[in-house]
Design a protein around this ligand. Structure first.
Ligand code: F6R
Length: 607
């Protein structure tokens, strides 16, 4: 994670670097820093915590200079202190880094043995020392970087500048994204196109192992063998506008409220209303030949995968395996011909998911990606891109990306089912109608915001909260628990409702709220039996169901939230809304930082 920006400018760069960092703060906000080269010297400002602290530091002590690099940090090695904040300076070298240098310990030991002193606990400082050591041997800055890069193991992106050459910025990429931006007598480096959007739309994406030598006049990219290569300059299309919250108090709230619109937008590109059919973008393989599916993702996106398993197996009768990406590669999964590999990711940069994608490709699988950021590494590497049209998601807790991913997953399941000959035109038409109902049903669900806000203080007082669901609503229970814990810091777990009695029921007493997700339908009675088993032991139940469900089982609950009556297939999309709102209001009531919860970052580009 962490975000990098570098500018070789024609005028002062500090403000523009700070603006770039604002666009990258989603990648981490443990500390931030900027270093410029001015009158042959480095000048640096750093601050722990969020970017506002660095902005205050810059306001108090402005930073001159027309070239510089900047960084926002998600701490990996070393606490989020000023000393550990980037940029790191060693002699003539200043450096920013995103990712992890896995072999930093032996490198550090080697440097310590030579008498070098470290000012931070970071892995980053090791790289600055290594480059400085090469300079000391008489190598020029470019050669020094070229000599050091092969010694670094891990996944990282680097930005390096030199006191003696203020018109030189070097970027290197291995496993973490990095882009070069082309301006008018200026050039730039950034973790993504968004960071550079106000500076330029002309972007080149570095490829794995690439490093770029940037001056104001020219950019030369080299591959991992140090051979000069050309990487296409594309129009990023990224908006230079900073996102704003509109009338909402937090981005998360805004994004929850955007769901009827963005889900409709996403569905529009997958539904053909006249033909009453679902359609995917053109693809170069035959979906009908798919015999197995592997879905890989992290966190919230992995719950979309779990729901997808229910849908694909039920509709298409194709076997599906779902893995969290951090486990996938290392368990050496059995990947067979005619298997479709699917990755799901909002950012398209999550290191574990990207590594899993590459693993699947190396094993010869055809791959598809349900991805929100169309310029991301995953979007560029999958065989079939299935975009979500959620728009930028700024709140760290994923909300609208989740429901848009579900919408695309539903379209994929239906297409696969048709291609496998398991779905009649009538059945497909029915599903299209149900999917078309989703945006309105989500709006109806949002209308319960006030009731949910009113119950937040009760949940906020709890030490533990449990969520129950069955079938496709079981992964939604996991999502509910994740949402609550990440933004309110209350311990929460989700369970398949039938699993309750196999252990977790021991946790139940009258201080434990139990959030039950139970749309009426074939699984309702069974979920309600499990709920009653918990109620008999004092559980404080919040039942989220439709009018029929609440009429049947709403007694003895502390609260009910009435959802519109929807087909069980689309229930996870609609029931996601109260689950998100509940977490949101509990967090607001507790006064936590909803959009930037502690220890988290929006894009997780380390393993
Ligand atoms: C939770 C959350 C995370 C992400 C996960 C994957 O609210 O946002 O669990 O879902 O880090 O991120 P992407 O989708 O960018 O791969």
């Amino acid at each position: 994670m962490c975000g990098i920006v570098g500018i070789l400018g024609q005028g002062p760069v500090a403000d523009r670097l700070l603006d770039g960092l604002k666009r990258l703060e989603y990648r981490g906000y443990d500390s931030a820093g900027i270093c410029t080269v001015h009158d042959g010297e480095f000048d640096r400002r750093r601050a722990p915590g969020k970017l506002v602290n660095l902005a205050a530091e810059l306001a108090a002590h402005p930073l001159p200079g027309t070239s510089g690099i900047a960084h926002t940090r998600w701490a990996t090695h070393g606490a989020p202190t000023v000393d550990n904040a980037h940029p790191h300076i060693v002699g003539d070298v200043v450096l920013v880094h995103n990712g992890i240098i896995e072999n930093f310990k032996p490198l550090r030991d080697e440097l310590l043995a030579e008498g070098r002193e470290f000012k931070s606990q970071t892995d980053t400082e090791v790289v600055a020392h290594l480059i400085d050591r090469e300079l000391g041997k008489g190598f020029k800055p470019r050669e020094a970087v070229a000599n050091v890069l092969p010694r670094l193991h891990g996944a990282f992106a680097l930005g390096v500048m030199f006191k003696s050459e203020p018109d030189l910025l070097i970027g290197a990429r291995l496993g973490a994204p990095l882009t070069v931006g082309y301006g008018e007598n200026e050039n730039y480096l950034g973790s993504d196109a968004l960071a550079l959007a106000p500076l330029t739309q002309r972007i080149a994406y570095l490829e794995e192992g690439d490093w770029a030598v940037i001056t104001r006049a020219a950019v030369q990219v080299y591959d991992r063998n140090n051979d000069p290569v050309k990487r296409p300059i594309v129009n990023s299309g990224a908006s230079g506008q900073l996102m704003d919250k509109g009338n909402h108090r937090h981005f998360m709230q805004k994004e929850i409220y955007e769901q009827p619109v963005v889900v409709a937008q996403t569905l529009r590109s997958y539904l053909r209303p006249l033909e009453e059919q679902v359609a995917l973008p053109d693809m170069e393989f035959d979906l009908g030949s798919v015999e197995r599916v592997a879905i890989v993702a992290c966190g919230t996106a992995s719950y979309v995968g779990m729901i997808g398993k229910y849908w694909i197996e039920q509709l298409a009768r194709v076997q599906v395996e779902v893995d969290v990406a951090s486990e996938f590669r290392y368990r050496d999964p059995v990947l067979t011909p005619n298997m479709l590999g699917i990755v799901i990711s909002q950012s398209g940069e999550t290191a574990d998911t990207l590594a899993a994608l590459r693993h699947m490709k190396a094993a010869g699988l055809t791959t598809a990606g349900i991805i929100n950021v169309p310029t991301s590494s995953m979007a560029r590497e999958v065989d079939l891109l299935l975009p979500t049209h959620a728009g930028p998601e700024i709140g760290v807790a994923s909300t609208k990306a989740f429901t848009c991913q579900l919408a695309v997953m539903a379209a994929l399941a239906v297409n696969l089912a048709r291609a496998k000959g398991k779905l009649s035109p009538e059945e497909e038409r029915d599903i299209v109608h149900h999917l078309q109902e989703v945006p309105q049903a989500m709006s109806n669900a949002l209308a319960h915001d006030g009731e949910i806000e009113a119950m937040a203080p009760k949940i906020a007082a709890a030490r533990d909260v449990l969520y129950l669901g069955r079938g496709p609503d079981y992964p939604l229970a996991l999502e509910g628990a994740l949402k609550l814990k990440e933004i309110s810091y209350i311990h929460a777990e989700g369970y398949a409702s039938g699993e309750m009695k196999h252990g977790p029921i021991a946790l139940i007493d009258d201080s434990v709220p139990l959030i039950v997700l139970a749309p009426s339908g074939p699984l309702f009675d069974k979920t309600v039996s499990n709920m009653q088993e918990a109620q008999a032991r004092g559980a404080q139940v919040v039942l989220i169901s439709d009018a029929d469900g609440i009429a049947q089982a709403g007694e003895n609950t502390i609260a009910t939230i009435e959802m519109p009556k929807v087909h069980p297939l689309i229930a996870p999309l609609v029931y996601a809304v109260p689950v998100q709102l509940l977490a949101y209001h509990v967090a607001v009531f507790k006064g936590t930082d909803v959009d930037q919860p502690r220890n988290l970052a929006k894009s997780v580009t380390v393993e």
